[in-house]
Design a protein around this ligand. Structure first.
Ligand code: DOR
Ligand code: ZN
Length: 348
């Protein structure tokens, strides 16, 4: 069979991004808007985006950073805290400001200090979300220090997510950035109308051994942390299955180079500049390029009750080298995922 040299698909969306704010936002929004039509925007700013006014103002700052001539729609999320009121979510959803609500267990990851300390405290809010069909996006890791970092996702599913779905069976849930076979199996066993899971580009490419290849690799450190190879293989199978429960979410999470290359480096992989080329490479390696459109462009909109995009993008099999770093106004730098490496695919 002749080698596939180009792939055209309906324009994809990114169902999980961190845009940050200020000069960083000016640098990273164009990278996402170049490939994707829409993105679900994470609310973990400092202070977090917890109300309608903050989400509207943040949405406008994002729109102002979209390069002229591009159409890009940021879909905003509310940051769930122990104090979030059901009225705020009802009103924000009704006004089309909130597309979803993000649950960070307090202390689980970057800027999660204001997150939920105990699911029991937010049950009344989750009941309202179930009633109005507002999706809950979950960072699925337990925070107990005694639980091994590589087990935190699997333990969260067992202790928290399973019981939560049992008590709120009609709540729409996305288990974000899944990293384990346990997560894939759990999601695959749920009713497809109510559950989704995002899969990042980097978790399709690296396992935990890569974090220490030849030395410690701070730019591959993110949360949930990459797991063993058996888990990466499970993620690859899920992404390439065409199953509508699995869709694209890069979790692109920029941190300045000096904050990654530090004694205590920040968690987050900046993947926006390479996202679609990397997904194409992973699907190509699996002989599943015909399944890329479902994963990148169809399954996510279907979950969120939106139409797929009507325009298209084309990816070409044409090697290019990822820049070693990207300048941010004000003097800092970003190191993208796969910096300095040669990728096989690029946007036409
Ligand atoms: O690695 C991560 N970085 N995981 C998260 O959950 C948050 C993100 C960030 O905001 O930097
Ligand atoms: Zn994230």
């Amino acid at each position: 069979m002749a080698e596939i040299t180009r792939v055209t698909l309906k324009r994809p969306d990114d169902w999980h991004v961190h845009f940050r704010d200020g000069v960083m936002l000016q640098t990273v929004v164009p990278a996402t808007a170049r490939e994707f039509a829409r993105a679900i925007v994470m609310p973990n700013l400092v202070p977090p985006v917890t109300d309608i006014a903050a989400a509207e103002a943040y949405r406008q700052r994002i729109l102002d950073a979209v390069p002229a001539g591009r159409t890009f729609t940021p879909l905003m999320t509310a940051y769930l805290t122990d104090q979030t009121s059901p009225e705020t979510l009802r009103e924000g959803a009704k006004r089309g400001v909130f597309s979803a609500v993000k649950l960070y267990p307090a202390g689980a990851t970057t800027n999660s200090a204001s997150g939920v300390t105990d699911i029991a405290k937010v049950m009344p809010v989750l009941e309202v979300m179930q009633e109005i069909g507002l999706p809950l996006l979950i960072h699925g890791e337990v925070t107990s220090p005694e639980i091994d970092i590589f087990d935190r996702e699997a333990v969260f599913i067992e202790r928290t997510l399973g019981p939560l779905l049992a008590s709120l069976p009609a709540l729409k849930v996305v288990l974000e950035h899944v990293t384990t076979k346990e997560a894939v199996d759990f999601v695959s066993a749920q009713d497809a109308s109510g559950i989704g899971a995002t899969i990042t580009a980097h978790h399709l490419m690296i396992n935990r051994t890569d974090l220490f290849k030849g030395g410690i690799r701070p730019h591959l450190y993110c949360l949930p942390i990459a797991k063993r190879e058996v888990h990466r293989q499970a993620l690859r199978r899920a992404a390439a299955s065409g199953d509508r429960r699995f869709f694209l979410g890069t979790d692109t999470a920029p941190h300045a180079k000096h904050l990654k290359e530090a004694a205590c480096g920040c968690a987050g992989v900046y993947s926006a500049p390479v996202a679609m080329p990397i997904y194409a490479q992973a699907f190509d390696e699996m002989g599943a390029l015909d399944k890329l459109e479902a994963f990148a462009s169809l399954n996510g909109p279907a979950f969120y009750g939106l139409a797929a995009n009507t325009d298209t993008i084309t990816l070409l099999r044409k090697p290019w080298t990822v820049p070693a770093s990207i300048a941010v106004d004000g003097g800092s730098e970003l190191v993208p995922f796969m910096a300095g490496e040669t990728l096989n695919w690029q946007l036409a």
